[in-house]
Structures are given as C-alpha cells and as structure tokens.
Ligand binder design. Structure first.
Ligand SMILES: *Cc1c(COP(=O)(O)O)cnc(C)c1O
Length: 384
C-alpha cells in the first residue's frame, strides 16, 4: 500500500504531521513529557476528577462484575451499572431518559444518523465537532452549514431550503476549540418558529456550568430535543450519552447503529462515571467549579491586555490563542514546553485552515501561580 506514503508526505509539507506523546501518569495539574514534569494546560480534566481517589476506588470496586461486558447491551452486555448510570444521568438533566453510548463520538454519529434521513435537512454550525459532521454524512440528509453562532445565517439556511420533511439544527453549547458559547436561547426560539428540532452537544459545559454542573442548557433553561453528553471530559471517565424523551431513548435502542452494534461499556468505566456524577453534583463539585471560575476570570483579565483574548471567549475553561500558521503553532508548543508549560497546538483539520492555535484549557487543579506562569510565557512569546 505504498500509495499511503504520498498523502503523508503531503501532510508533512503542510506542517501537519501528527505524533503520539506518551503520558503514563494520569494527567492532572502536572504532566510528564519526555522525562520532564511540566504544567498541563491541555487536558479536558476541568474539575480534576480523572484521578480523584473516590472515583478510582469506585472504578476498582465495579471490577467485581469482570473486566469486559462481553457483548452488545442488547445481547448479554447489559449490566445493572448501565441502568444505574442512565437513570442518575436522567435525573441530573431533568429528562425522561438517557441512553449511554461508548463515547461522545459514538453518541453523535449514532444519534444524528438515525433521527435524520433522506428528505430531511440538517443545519449545522460551521465549527461543530467532527463527530457531528460524521453523523450528518452517515444520515443521508441534506446538510447546510451556517456561520458560527450566527442566528441570521441560520435563518438564511431555512429560507434557502426547498420543501423538506424535517429540519434539525445542530450546535455545541461550549465550542471545543474556541471556548465560546452558542446563543442557545435564540437557537431554541428560531427552531420553535420553524418547527425544527434542536440537538445540542453539551459535552464541554457539563460539570462546569449550571446548578450541580448540569451544563449550559440547564443554566440557561434551554431544553433541546436531544442533548449529547460526554463522560470523558469533566467527568474524568469515558463514554457518551443522549438525554431526552423516553421515546427518543427507545428509538436509539432500536436504531442507533453505534449503540446496537458495539460492546457495552465495561463495569470499571461505569463505576467511575457514576462516582464522578455524584462528585460533580455534590458540595465538593460546587467548590471545584468555583475554583475553576476564579482561574478563568484571572486568566481572562490577564489575557485581554496582551491582545490575546478572542472575541466571545473567556467565560469557559477553553481559551484559543490563535496564531494562524500550523508550523508557528507547533514551534510555540515546543518553546513553551522548554519553559515548563504544555499547551498543545491544534491544527487543521481540527480547526479551520489558517486558524492554527494553542488551545489552553484550565482546570480547578491549577493554582493562581500556575496561571501567572502561563501568562508570563504567553507575554514573552505571543504578544501581538
Ligand atoms: C470530545 C468531543 C466529543 C467526543 O467525545 P468522546 O467521548 O471523546 O468520543 C464530541 N463532541 C465534542 C464537542 C467533543 O469535544
């Protein structure tokens, strides 16, 4: 298969070669890279739960059910822990039912590909995550892309649409690479006006926003027709889910191919997710959210005078430091690394062409001094 080589060489020419680093410790505030321990500003471990002792203990305890679930949940893979997690998540979101998937990626492709089909129109924010894009492709529905967070552009898509059976609007709540928030209330209103269904990927706001960490939809009182959640980010565990009506949940059980044709999540992962959910909703979770918000404010206030604060970002733990060129971004990552700070460069196709960036993500584990250290590095190397 020598033809594969040409494509990789082309990527190399564009400065888009990727490689894996090894991180044998569970990344928290610090991370070991090439033998050096540095500050970690690249994980989605917003509340520091990925190495929380109670959650690790719960995960170990769940291992009495064995390591693997052995089959699809529809065959022999359905454990009491699956049902416990689904019902606790339904309570968390105040919805009728939740269907767990094996990852956020599988939740998005499974959901979108089975609710939309031939004759339907999906209208999707231009910066939506790859898993939503792939769900659109699998669905065979017509897809129209609107300008990022722009409700007028969304309306234009509705206006341009010919006769369609149903319309679905897809958005993230907090955008994964830009850290800004979708205008969820307006999107809900426009969907209602046109009789369209609203699907919100709330993955990056769970644990961070809303009462008990129930997310941005909860904080704004917006009820999507389907909410996609993730257990691999602030939960510090693994998996994804769709929250909504009992009917939707029942439909997914029959029709979502990534649910039907994939082995159920293993017990240890479910045990961790249940324990993480309880921490997120607890007083301790609230304290972690408050610490995180303090760090976010501190970072925002320091970033602004440097000219490095992107419009509409600064309120979530995700901050893009856009540099444009992919090689420049990679070099910057290496430079910061040599000064004891890890911020992964993010390049196309993860972000739009010409918008390569450092993606800074903050965690409640960071101290005030850690944020100062990061600011000093950025001041020295990135000031515009
Ligand atoms: C990470 C992510 C996903 C996928 O979740 P996984 O559980 O990692 O597969 C889906 N949507 C968004 C917005 C994400 O950032």
């Amino acid at each position: 298969m020598d033809f594969l080589k040409a494509d990789l060489e082309q990527l190399a020419g564009l400065g888009l070669t990727r490689s894996l680093r090894r991180h044998d410790d569970r990344p928290g505030r610090l991370i070991e890279i090439d033998g050096n321990t540095v500050l970690n500003f690249s994980s989605n471990n917003y509340l520091g739960l990925a190495n929380h002792p109670d959650i690790v203990a719960a995960s170990k305890e769940a291992l009495v059910c064995g390591t693997g679930s052995s089959a699809s949940r529809l065959v022999t893979g359905n454990l009491a822990l699956h049902q416990e997690l689904e019902s606790e998540l339904a309570d968390f979101h105040g919805v009728e039912a939740v269907r767990i998937f094996n990852s956020g990626y599988q939740a998005n492709i499974g959901l979108i590909a089975c609710i939309a089909g031939d004759g339907d129109l999906i209208v999707s924010d231009e910066l939506n995550h790859a898993s939503m894009i792939d769900g659109c492709r699998l669905s065979r529905a017509a897809v129209s892309v609107y300008q990022h967070c722009n409700v007028d552009s969304l309306r234009e898509c509705f206006g341009r649409a010919g006769p369609v059976r149903r319309i679905f609007v897809l958005t993230e709540s907090v955008f994964s690479m830009d850290g800004d928030c979708a205008p969820l209330e307006q999107l809900r209103a426009v969907c209602d006006e046109f009789g369209a269904f609203l699907v919100v990927d709330d993955v990056h706001s769970l644990g961070v926003f809303g009462a008990q960490g129930a997310g941005l939809c909860a904080e704004l009182g917006v009820v999507p027709d389907a909410l996609v959640g993730g257990l691999g980010k602030a939960f510090g565990s693994f998996g994804g889910y769709v929250a909504g009506s009992q009917l939707l949940s029942e439909f997914l059980l029959h029709k979502a191919r990534s649910f039907v044709f994939s082995t159920g999540l293993p017990a240890a992962v479910l045990g961790a997710s249940i324990a993480a959910l309880r921490v997120i909703r607890s007083v301790e979770g609230q304290a972690r959210r408050e610490t995180l918000q303090k760090r976010i404010s501190q970072f925002r206030l320091c970033l602004e005078p440097l000219g490095l604060l992107e419009t509409n970002s600064g309120f979530s733990p995700i901050f893009p430091i856009v540099v444009g060129n992919s090689t420049t971004a990679m070099n910057l990552t290496e430079l910061l690394l040599s000064e004891g700070v890890f911020c992964q460069a993010i390049r196309p196709p993860t972000v739009k062409e010409g918008t390569a960036r450092l993606r800074v993500s903050l965690s409640s584990l960071h101290t005030e001094e850690d944020i100062d250290t990061l600011i000093c590095c950025l001041r020295d190397h990135c000031q515009r």
